[in-house]
Design a protein around this ligand. Structure first.
Ligand code: ADP
Length: 334
């Protein structure tokens, strides 16, 4: 089991529900985004119309799904949840859109992976609250315009750079979620522990926070594992000692690096002499998809100061930003 992966399984989603904040005021940190959303939602409620469409970007596990649910809760609206990959045909999307009730929130996770024809349908729904559904094929095909109730789209993406311009332009509100500081994760852990009824000391919370890669999902997951350890091998209290011992058992290192992070850094240092090296070459070297390396490893390693992205020219020209290097600090660490 990879304890510090930011990705989530269905089973874990269930475990997450109990500690998920329901209202904006319970949402820890991200003060600027919270403040802006608060204004957006209150302004819309005063006017009695749905707020602008909202785009949330940032690495997995930082609270995008949580915020989408909070938006619906604050507005007192219903929420429909789907994802870009789940919408294969524009008909699927048309069915969802035309079944929305007035004021509903439609949450589309991984919106950058939506198929192109569906994306075009989404444009007119976002802009004019109507969709043209094409019936039939060839010269006999007709477009039937259908009304969509006014709704708010909340889109989430780990790769805002992959969104098309027209898509991005249709969001009136765009927010980027950034990694949490250890102090913020400590506050988050104390809140989760309270909800779960787990006694935790400040040092225990700090120890888990420091190994959580700036990511709430990982912090909550590590808390659940440390709690098991504390209950089975100690007196049930999450202290510095139980946290350390438990995380050693689970092979989570002091920086919160996981096997893939370590593989990436080791490959860069050993096989590529500190780089720079292209993303796809590096992904092959560690046996992973380039997407995973880019979406999950890169942001955290860059933020931790262990990896640098070096735009490079040359002939034939490479797309900018495709070569990576390790900072000297890592070379010493390794
Ligand atoms: P994403 O959609 O960005 O992958 P989620 O919204 O599913 O992330 O968040 C993962 C888990 O972390 C949630 O279950 C939630 O309990 C917790 N979480 C995320 N952000 C916060 C926050 N700011 N305050 C409290 N808990 C949070």
């Amino acid at each position: 089991e990879n304890l510090v992966s930011a990705y989530v399984s269905d089973a874990e989603r269930d475990a997450e529900v109990s500690v998920r904040p329901k209202r904006l005021e319970e949402f820890i940190a991200q003060h600027r985004v919270r403040d802006q959303l608060d204004l957006l939602l209150k302004g819309a409620m005063r006017r009695g119309s749905p707020p602008d469409h909202i785009l949330l970007s940032g690495p997995p596990g930082l609270g995008k799904t949580t915020l989408a649910n909070i938006v619906a809760a604050e507005l007192g609206s219903g929420i429909r949840v789907t994802s870009g990959p789940a919408i294969e045909r524009s008909g699927d999307l048309a069915a969802i859109l035309t079944s929305l009730a007035e004021g509903d929130v439609l949450f589309i996770d991984e919106i950058h992976r939506i198929a192109r024809p569906a994306e075009e349908l989404l444009y007119s729904a976002m802009e004019d609250f109507r969709v043209d559904v094409v019936v039939g094929k060839g010269p006999g095909a007709t477009a039937i315009p259908l009304d969509v109730e006014p709704f708010t789209l909340v889109g989430a993406t780990t790769r805002s750079g992959l969104l098309t311009g027209p898509m991005r332009d249709r969001f009136g509100f765009v927010a980027h979620l950034d990694f949490y500081t250890p102090a913020e994760l400590e506050a988050l852990l104390r809140r989760s522990a309270r909800i779960l009824g787990v006694p935790i000391t400040d040092e225990g919370a700090a120890e888990i926070a420091g190994r959580s890669r700036g990511t709430p999902r990982i912090a909550n997951r590590l808390l659940r594992r440390v709690r098991d350890f504390a209950e089975v091998r100690a007196d049930g209290v999450v202290t510095l000692e139980t946290a350390r011992s438990a995380l050693t058992v689970y092979d989570v290192d002091a920086l919160g690096l996981d096997r893939l992070d370590r593989a990436v850094l080791t490959a860069l240092v050993d096989s590529f002499r500190g780089g720079p090296v292209g993303l796809s070459t590096l992904a092959v070297a560690v046996g992973e998809q380039p997407d995973t390396v880019e979406e999950v490893c890169e942001p955290f390693l860059v933020r931790a100061g262990l990896l640098a992205r070096t735009p490079r020219g040359g002939w034939p020209p490479r797309p900018p930003g495709t070569t990576w290097g390790v900072r000297r600090r890592m070379v010493h660490l390794a």
